[in-house]
Design a protein around this ligand. Structure first.
Ligand SMILES: NC(=O)c1ccc[n+]([C@@H]2O[C@H](COP(=O)([O-])OP(=O)(O)OC[C@H]3O[C@@H](n4cnc5c(N)ncnc54)[C@H](OP(=O)(O)O)[C@@H]3O)[C@@H](O)[C@H]2O)c1
Length: 289
């Protein structure tokens, strides 16, 4: 049995559907089981401890800009909350899967970041996620930390869905071309979680996972437009124009280059990761929007 924490967010919903479709038993919880309150977690886990073998934590504070003003709340959820989950998972002898982010890096490199590369977050969100990684590994050594990036999918609010909405409403959308990364379909990440769970003896620790290939947000938006027009998800013409980040003043800078090296996960799990291009097509063709 799996305990899926944060089961109603973007990734949590994708995983819930993934488990349901495959008949994999899980218990999903949202805010009603507050991860910042260890005693609530303990009370909850006591009722199910004999059956829970995996704890998957999708709960997080993910509002990157707001985090600069709500640093304490962000820290409580991303660091203390992650620690609480690791502690209770360890107490019942469960394995833990926890998600982290490319934002633990500063984005100053020009080649992909490996798992053991030096972290240097440039904002509160990235800093709290890095602290969460450390606390999870310290408190539940039987943990996999999956660092991922640029998630999009059918559920929740995300770039691909927002772009499609805007392209159906506006004549023109401007998108930044000075940030490079790897768009990642939540369904591909769910499949990778499934691979971790079905392979025994995978060494615990940090793994990088994104879809293959790297592009700018502008390239990604242009590809969304082209494919969404073809799939009739975007029903009218819209110009997609490049701009720089200065056009969208934000509280915190994003890493300019956040490409993650995936050699470790590919060789350890023996998986072939789809390209962002193939996955975007699959997503748009399966989209109900
Ligand atoms: N989105 C991305 O592009 C991206 C990129 C890299 C890494 N990640 C990581 O991937 C993971 C999943 O991200 P996501 O985009 O799916 O996040 P999300 O959509 O924002 O979902 C996070 C969930 O956590 C829940 N939550 C927040 N505080 C909680 C608390 N105190 N107790 C219990 N639940 C709480 C939220 O509940 P409410 O719905 O009630 O707010 C929400 O359902 C996170 O660890 C994130 O850092 C995401």
């Amino acid at each position: 049995m799996i305990w899926l924490v944060g089961s109603r967010g973007m990734l949590g919903t994708e995983l819930s559907v993934f488990f349901e479709k495959r008949g994999i038993p899980y218990i999903g919880t949202g805010r009603e089981i507050d991860i910042t309150d260890r005693s609530t977690l303990r009370t909850f886990i006591r009722g199910v401890s004999s059956v829970v073998e995996w704890v998957i934590n999708c709960a997080a504070y993910t509002a990157v800009d707001k985090a600069e003003d709500e640093a304490e709340m962000c820290r409580k959820i991303n660091a203390e909350g992650a620690e609480n989950i690791a502690v209770v998972a360890h107490e019942i002898g469960a394995k833990c899967i926890h998600f982290s982010t490319d934002y633990v890096f500063d984005g100053k490199r020009i080649s992909p970041y490996t798992e053991n590369g030096a972290t240097n977050p440039i904002g509160v969100y990235g800093e709290t996620k890095r602290n969460g990684e450390i606390l999870v590994l310290q408190n539940c050594p039987a943990s996999y930390i999956i660092r991922t990036a640029w998630l999009y999918g059918r559920y929740g609010s995300n770039f691909a869905r927002t772009m499609c909405k805007l392209m159906n409403m506006e004549e023109c959308v401007s998108v930044v071309e000075d940030q490079t990364g790897s768009p990642t379909w939540t369904f591909d990440l769910a499949c990778t979680v499934g691979a971790f769970m079905s392979e025994p003896d995978i060494p615990f620790g940090i793994y990088h996972f994104t879809d293959e290939g790297n592009i700018t947000w502008f390239d990604f938006a242009a590809a969304i437009y082209k494919k969404a027009r073809k799939a009739r998800v975007v029903k009218k013409e819209c110009a997609v124009v490049p701009c720089t980040s200065d056009k969208f003043p934000a509280k915190v800078k994003r890493p300019a280059y956040s490409v993650l090296d995936k050699t470790k996960i590919k060789t350890t799990l023996g998986i072939v990761i789809p390209s962002w291009d193939t996955s975007l097509t699959s997503f748009l063709c399966s989209s109900e929007d």
